[in-house]
Write a protein that binds this ligand. Structure first.
Ligand code: IMP
Length: 185
C-alpha cells in the first residue's frame, strides 16, 4: 500500500520511512505549499493540514505536526516550535530553559477522504546544558530523553548524539507505530 507523507522535512521523512517499513507500508514524500493554521494545539494543526492536503492530492496521506513542550515555560515553544527554531534556534532555548524538563510531542493525521484519524506520540526528557551531537535535526542536539525500560541508554545523551536511540523511542516512532497498526488492520 502506498501512502503519501506530506512534508518538506527530509529528516522527518527518513525517520517515518524506516518506522513504517516494519508495517509493510511504502511511503512517498510530497511537499505542499499549504499554509499551516495557527493554533496552540498540534492536533488541530495536523488535522487541518491533513484535510487541506487531501483536497490537494486526493490520495490517502498523512501529515504530522510536532513540538517541544517545556513545562517551566508553560509549554512554550509547543505548537510554535518551528517558528521559534527559525528565530532563535537551540541557542535561544538553551538560554531560556537549560536543564529543564521537556517533552517532544507528535500528532500524525491520516486522511483517506472518508475520515481524518489522529495518532499521538510523546517522549519525556530534559534540555541539555549545551548542544551536543550531529545526528537528527531541529532540537535534537539539546534534547535528552529520560531512561526508558527495555531500551539501553544512559539518559545523558541527546537525540543528536544517539540517532539509534531516537529511532527506538522517539515521539514520532510512538505516533507512527499507532498509524502503522491502524493501517494494517
Ligand atoms: P513541525 O512539526 O514541522 O512544525 O516542526 C516543529 C519544530 O520542531 C521544527 O523546528 C522542527 O525542526 C522541530 N522538530 C520536530 N520534530 C523534531 C524532532 O524529532 N527532533 C527535533 N526537532 C524536531
Amino acid at each position: 500500500m502506498e501512502i503519501l507523507f506530506i512534508t518538506g522535512n527530509a529528516g522527518k521523512f527518513s525517520e517515518a520511512k524506516k518506522i513504517l517499513k516494519h508495517f509493510g507500508l511504502n511511503i512517498v514524500q510530497r511537499d505542499s505549499l499549504i499554509e499551516e493554521i495557527r493554533s496552540d494545539s498540534i492536533e488541530e494543526i495536523a488535522s487541518a493540514s491533513a484535510q487541506a492536503a487531501y483536497a490537494e492530492f486526493g490520495k490517502p496521506l498523512f501529515v504530522e505536526d510536532s513540538g517541544l513542550f517545556i513545562p517551566f515555560l508553560n509549554g512554550f515553544p509547543g505548537a510554535y516550535s518551528a517558528w521559534v527554531f527559525r528565530k532563535v534556534g537551540n541557542v535561544g532555548i538553551l538560554a531560556l530553559a537549560k536543564g529543564k524538563e521537556a517533552e517532544f510531542r507528535t500528532c500524525v493525521a491520516y486522511a483517506d477522504g472518508k475520515e481524518v484519524k489522529l495518532f499521538t506520540g510523546s517522549v519525556k526528557g530534559r534540555i541539555a546544558e549545551e548542544a551536543r551531537g550531529k545526528g537528527g535535526f531541529g532540537y535534537d542536539p539539546i534534547f535528552m530523553p529520560e531512561k526508558t525500560p527495555g531500551i539501553n541508554h544512559s539518559g545523558e545523551k541527546t537525540f543528536a548524539e544517539a540517532p539509534e536511540m531516537k529511532d527506538a523511542l522517539s515521539h514520532r516512532k510512538r505516533a507512527l507505530e499507532k498509524l502503522g497498526a491502524y493501517l494494517k488492520r
